[in-house]
Design a protein around this ligand. Structure first.
Ligand SMILES: C[S@@+](CC[C@H](N)C(=O)[O-])C[C@H]1O[C@@H](n2cnc3c(N)ncnc32)[C@H](O)[C@@H]1O
Length: 248
């Protein structure tokens, strides 16, 4: 991953191409969980739990975890209030998936969770196959967001809820400068010690570049989702977006 700042000539929605994203996630897979925990000051698990509570998984239902990575959201769905919903996680990165599959096996949850190689831009599932879908920290990295939304809309049944958990640069007069200080000064020190500075420089740049909540809600509506909404978590550093596939 040779990320060295946003390319103004880029032809995709994300700051990096699909190939660059793939090699970045394969490269950081081994230290992804630990670095996330440290950089988010332990809040990443809380944010995922709130997102899964918003999805509200029910027994006997089937859920899609888009960009499942190392599997924390899939695990949270499968164990949510003992709901034992069935989860299919998809991700293009073999490195991230391998870690996820190991975690699922360690918890003995192979009956409830399948993790497969897949791309949200071309989902391998028939129309209306899922009761709900979730994408945690994934959509920011996807090269064609309109296509991703339309694919997720296609595979959800009518009434199905889509929950997005995403990191975005906060707006507030206090949080924005605090976040900039944290991302420009503290993050490079931590990531330099632990992992890959370019990958985490990409993280803060892509958070700043992600569409503002109103723009994103419009993109979801344009893709056919109804009842779109969003709410900030932790002063707006993370945000939950929701939308439903209308019934009829
Ligand atoms: C920051 S990680 C998030 C992983 C996990 N959801 C979590 O909560 O930690 C983003 C994931 O999105 C995946 N991703 C990137 N582009 C994708 C695409 N086109 N389709 C599906 N997943 C994608 C990456 O491979 C990576 O595993």
């Amino acid at each position: 991953m040779k990320y060295s700042g946003p390319d103004p000539q880029r032809r995709h929605d994300s700051l990096i191409s699909a190939d660059e994203g793939l090699s970045m996630f394969n490269e950081i897979a081994g230290f992804y969980d630990r670095t996330n925990k440290i950089l988010s000051l332990g809040l990443d698990g809380y944010w995922r739990r709130v997102a899964v509570r918003t999805l509200d998984p029910q027994p006997g239902r089937v859920y899609l975890d888009v960009g499942c990575g190392t599997g924390d959201v899939s695990l949270a769905i499968a164990t949510h209030s003992h709901a034992m919903g069935r989860v299919i996680g998809i991700d293009p990165s073999e490195g991230m998936l391998r870690r996820g599959i190991e975690k699922v096996a360690r918890k003995g949850l192979q009956e409830s969770i399948s993790m497969l190689r897949g791309d949200v831009l071309n989902l391998q599932f028939p129309d209306a196959s899922f009761d709900g879908a979730i994408a945690a920290f994934c959509i920011r990295n996807v090269t064609d967001r309109k296509r991703a939304l339309s694919e997720i809309h296609r595979v959800l049944r009518p009434g199905g809820l889509f929950v997005i958990l995403e990191l975005i640069e906060p707006d507030g007069p206090l949080m924005k400068p605090l976040f900039r200080l944290y991302s420009k000064v503290v993050m490079p020190i931590i990531t330099g010690l632990m992992s890959s500075i370019p990958a985490y420089r990409y993280l803060s740049d892509s958070m700043a570049e992600f569409p503002r909540p109103g723009v994103w809600a419009q993109l979801m509506s344009d893709a056919g989702f109804s009842e779109t909404g969003s709410r900030p978590l932790t002063g707006g550093i993370a945000r939950i977006f929701t939308g439903k596939v209308p019934i009829a």
